[in-house]
Design a protein around this ligand. Structure first.
Ligand code: IDP
Ligand code: MG
Length: 138
């Protein structure tokens, strides 16, 4: 089933000039880009986006990192997009991510891990709506 998911090329990917390489990889993996936008998240936006982690010790540093510079947000479409993107991204900790995954190739550590991907259909819907209006996604 064709699905849409949200990805974020995190500030480390932008500052290390890896956006083109990551997008090329996503296209090679069969993802269609349905919408894309560069945004510099406000503290409030990052807090809301990662609210599920608000009680974790890494929440404040994560918000700090995600607001340290601009990011690219993309709506991606593919067969089984949500699960497939998570697979191509690799484990959260870049240092432990499997060879050939985006996080292993482009990330640095468990925080600076290059890319975000929605983890469920419900979260994909919420996260796409967080950044894109219905008309963006036509
Ligand atoms: P995910 O991005 O693989 O879904 P989550 O557990 O949802 O991982 O965490 C959200 C983000 O928070 C991660 O992508 C990473 O940037 C950061 N993060 C997660 N766990 C840690 C940690 O233990 N230390 C520092 N940062 C973390
Ligand atoms: Mg997550």
């Amino acid at each position: 089933m064709k699905q849409r998911t949200l990805t974020i090329l995190k500030p480390d990917t932008v500052t290390r000039h890896n956006c083109g390489a990551v997008i090329a990889r996503l296209e090679q993996e069969g993802f269609e880009i349905r919408a894309a936008r560069m945004v510099w998240l406000s503290k409030e936006q990052a807090e809301v986006f990662y609210a599920v982690h608000k009680d974790k010790p890494f929440y404040r540093p994560l918000v700090e990192f995600m607001t340290s510079g601009p990011v690219w947000v993309l709506a991606l479409e593919r067969e089984d997009a949500i699960e497939y993107l998570r697979k191509v991204m690799g484990a959260t900790d870049s240092a432990k991510a499997a060879p050939g995954t985006i996080r292993q190739q482009f990330g640095t550590n468990i925080e600076r891990n290059a890319i975000h991907g929605s983890d469920s259909p419900d979260n994909a819907r919420t996260e796409l709506a967080f950044f894109f209006s219905t008309s963006d996604l036509a």
